[in-house]
Ligand binder design. Structure first.
Ligand code: 3HC
Length: 323
């Protein structure tokens, strides 16, 4: 069971807290066996569990197209990507275990519908172009975020991001290739790519979280070096990277108010519909119920595998102790 937070969690030993803050200020990496404030631990568990849940739920929209991929090459590439996401989830769940969390607790929270995961995965993948848009935009946004997290102050999380970002780059490239081929195809194919960009653009910007002024966690995460950049900084970096890519494949960003600021060199974009964002985060998105049902069904159908693995482990342990 995940240990309950220490009773003095809110009032840390001032001397130890000062030493910890000094370590962060020196850019040191915090390892699992190091002393850390309970709030630092809890923030990491919150972020990392949501990240791991996002990886697992994120498999669902894409898995929807594995049997429908237009060629064997596309099917293989998509299967590899979906398998990667499962591995990312397992990797990050392992990271939460270095913080004393029992991953079964996290799984139960997800299945109970009480755990957050990235709202982007509550949208449907309606056409094959969506698979391109997800790889290009969703994994592209994830790379911007995770490249920053690869410098996080908590060692196991940062190291996990280094490995995951390498695979995300393949995910983004295969998605962008799908979009560029469709966009250069027949008028119907171009229209399909543009439709996917229209539907996935704004939810991708929401992946970076609310504006900094509305982000209750960012100050602490930035102070403790878990985040190195704010939500708005990362969002702006993603927009600046992506506008040129859309133009390069003759697609239009669905934001008529977008304009380039010569002074800041930023692409300024229109307001995000935060009511939409919170509606989906709170469970009322197009696919929230479907995603949870799929996770619950996969978990139930996997019971026999867990039982077999447990029986094997116990048999192996008995052999070991008898030896
Ligand atoms: N979807 C759902 N909830 C979100 C959200 C989103 N896109 N953005 C923010 N929220 C939630 C936060 O979890 C927080 O709620 P909580 O306090 O109950 O946890 C609340 O909204 C306020 O947001 P904050 O800005 O205060 O939260 P953070 O400081 O944690 O910033 C974050 C949000 C940028 C998502 C940050 O948590 C983060 O970087 N997490 C790690 C990376 C991650 O989880 N990415 C998700 C996508 S994974 C992915 O894309 C897989 C790839 O392979 C495709």
């Amino acid at each position: 069971m995940t240990p309950a937070p220490s009773p003095t969690a809110t009032t840390e030993d001032p001397k130890r807290l000062a030493e910890f803050e000094a370590r962060i200020a020196r850019g040191e990496t915090i390892e699992p066996k190091d002393w850390m404030p309970e709030k630092y631990r809890r923030q990491l568990v919150r972020m990392m569990s949501q990240h791991a849940h996002s990886e697992l739920v994120g498999m669902l929209p894409e898995a929807n197209w594995i049997t429908r991929a237009p060629s064997l090459r596309r099917k293989m590439s998509l299967m590899a990507k979906v398998q990667d996401e499962a591995g990312h989830g397992l990797y990050i769940y392992c990271g939460t275990e270095t913080l004393g969390v029992d991953r079964h607790d996290l799984t139960n929270q997800l299945l109970a519908g009480t755990a957050k995961y990235s709202s982007i995965f509550n949208y449907p993948t309606l056409t094959w172009a969506d698979i391109g848009a997800v790889g290009w935009l969703v994994d592209g946004a994830a790379i911007v975020n995770q490249t920053m997290l690869a410098k996080a102050s908590y060692g196991p999380y940062a190291r996990a991001m280094v490995r995951i970002c390498k695979e995300e780059n393949f995910h983004k490239r295969q998605g962008f290739e799908i979009m560029s081929i469709l966009s250069a195809g027949t008028p119907e194919q171009h229209a399909m790519a543009q439709d996917a960009l229209d539907r996935w653009w704004w939810p991708s910007l929401m992946m970076f979280g609310p504006h900094d002024k509305d982000s209750p966690n960012s100050d602490e995460l930035l102070r403790w070096g878990i985040k190195k950049k704010s939500n708005d900084e990362l969002r702006q970096r993603f927009v600046n990277l992506t506008v040129g890519q859309a133009k390069a494949i003759n697609l239009t960003i669905p934001d008529p108010g977008m304009k380039f600021n010569e002074a800041t060199k930023n692409w300024e974009f229109s307001d995000i519909n935060w009511d939409d964002f919170w509606r989906v985060v709170k469970g009322d998105g197009p696919c929230n119920r479907e995603r949870l049902a799929a996770r619950r069904s996969a978990h139930a159908n996997g019971e026999w595998v867990r039982a077999a693995a447990e029986a094997h482990a116990q048999k192996h342990a008995r052999k070991e102790s008898a030896a």
